[in-house]
Design a protein around this ligand. Structure first.
Ligand SMILES: Nc1ncnc2c1ncn2[C@@H]1O[C@H](COP(=O)(O)OP(=O)(O)OP(=O)(O)O)[C@@H](O)[C@H]1O
Length: 425
């Protein structure tokens, strides 16, 4: 009958290979559009899952939904990220073959959310945890407080919690607000989880790639530096901040105002600070580790506030007595040595050292290069600490479930790859 739409006309096909004209880009997009209008964000191309970010809660990640996808054949149920996770996890257990899910797409496409959904699905599907049910927090992306549910004391559960808690920790130090995404990952992440023959998680490992270090010293208009800076200023106690010589106002830190954006309506830095602290606890950071880590973060802010001036003699100096005092304390270096390193180039030859003064532009460049190097190494240290806490201490035979979440490329007015201005770092 003319005018009556068939279900296929309305919701499209759930696998692009079923399209009559499956090589046509128009037909592909038309199918995607039809499904999206019906809140169907997932479509297969064979075993590949295409996902469109709905930017709203569709209620499709509930415990019931997880249950629906456990142990059923890929094509018996509508396309879903849980179907991909379940099919890979079952293959891992049944065939004892390593699995990997590769997630790619442009910035804001929903890669990180997808990888968190997979991780959460695995956490609640592995045998030791199958009886546990943990609701997602109101934000939807973070698991609820691990201490709020009763967990039997077992090594594998600790590993599971540490895996889940590594996310907010890495996001605090590696994510930032960009024009496309308020919580954009500024690094690529490969995570693998090791499962024993019973399908119980016994360890994990995280590898990070290409942290966008240039963001520490420069941000495009409307963007922020890494979340941790704002979380620290908003969330830390007065005593803690004054101990590090820090002013609570983000506006007073030169590295935090390059993009002229300190507050983001969708982000509550104070709350996220608490989540990060809890994550550090779960991951096994000692109080000395936390203190040292935050001290290094504070030192980057102090470096950014060092100002450059040129004396009448032509000599270039870095000014900021209070910043230098704090840097001396936090980094454990003498202020004269630091000043010399930032304002001079040292050339050593045949046992002799020659110091050449730098121009004002070179001094600022050296200061920023040091800030980026400190932040980059701190991030690597953080990843290695997390890895230490995820290490498989049982050294048993295991199979791997890998998850690669690599950030989308963007085109900026000024594109940088370890570049500042026109100079290579
Ligand atoms: N499946 C989903 N359902 C509802 N909202 C989603 C979904 N996926 C993503 N979002 C929303 O879109 C935002 C951006 O998603 P996400 O951070 O995962 O993108 P991304 O592809 O990892 O981006 P980037 O490459 O910049 O890190 C999330 O913060 C969330 O608000």
């Amino acid at each position: 009958m003319e005018g009556a739409l068939t279900a296929r006309d309305r919701v499209g096909v759930q696998d692009f290979v079923l399209l009559e004209n499956y090589t046509s880009e128009g037909a592909f997009l038309d199918n995607l559009r039809k499904r999206f209008k019906e809140n169907l964000i997932y479509t297969y191309i064979g075993s590949v899952l295409v996902s469109v970010n709905p930017y709203k809660d569709l209620g499709i990640y509930t415990e019931q939904q997880m249950q629906r996808y456990r142990g059923v054949s890929f094509y018996e149920v509508p396309p879903h990220i849980y179907a991909v996770a379940d099919s890979a996890f079952r293959a891992l257990r049944a065939e004892r073959v390593d699995q990997c899910v590769l997630i790619s797409g442009e910035s804001g496409a929903g890669k990180t959310e997808a990888s968190k959904r997979i991780l959460h699905f695995l956490a609640l599907s592995c045998p030791a945890a199958a009886h546990l049910s943990r609701p997602l927090s109101s934000k939807g992306s973070q698991p609820a407080n691990p201490s709020s549910i009763s967990v039997p004391p077992a090594v594998n559960l600790a590993i599971r919690d540490r895996l889940l808690q590594s996310n907010p920790l890495l996001e605090a130090f590696g994510n930032a607000k960009t024009l496309k995404n308020d919580n954009s990952s500024r690094f690529g992440k490969y995570m693998d989880i090791q499962f024993d023959y019973k399908g119980v998680p016994v360890g994990g490992h995280i590898q990070s790639y290409l942290l966008e270090k240039s963001r520490v010293v420069q941000q495009s208009h409307g963007e922020r530096n890494f979340h941790i800076f704002y979380q620290l200023l908003e969330g830390a106690e007065d005593m803690q901040l004054s101990g590090m010589g820090l002013d609570r106002q983000a506006q007073n830190h030169s590295y935090l105002i390059k993009g002229q954006c300190c507050k983001v309506s969708s982000i509550v830095d104070k709350n996220d600070w608490k989540i990060v602290q809890r994550a550090m606890e779960t991951t096994g950071f000692s109080s000395e580790d936390v203190e040292a880590l935050l001290g290094v973060i504070a030192s980057v802010l102090h470096l950014g506030n060092l100002k450059c001036s040129e004396e009448e003699s032509g000599e270039v100096c870095l000014n900021g007595d209070s910043q230098l005092r704090s840097l001396t304390r936090l980094l454990g270096v003498s202020s004269s040595l630091l000043m010399e390193a930032l304002t001079h180039r040292k050339i050593a030859a045949k046992g002799e050292e020659v110091l050449t003064p730098l121009s004002a532009e070179q001094v600022i460049f050296a200061r920023d290069a040091l800030s980026k190097a400190i932040y980059g190494r701190t991030f690597n240290w953080l990843v290695s600490q997390i890895n230490g806490s995820l290490g498989n201490k049982e050294k048993s035979q295991h199979t791997l479930f890998g998850l690669l979440d690599i950030y989308g490329f963007e085109v900026f007015q000024q594109n940088r790859y370890g570049m500042v201005g026109k100079k290579k770092v």
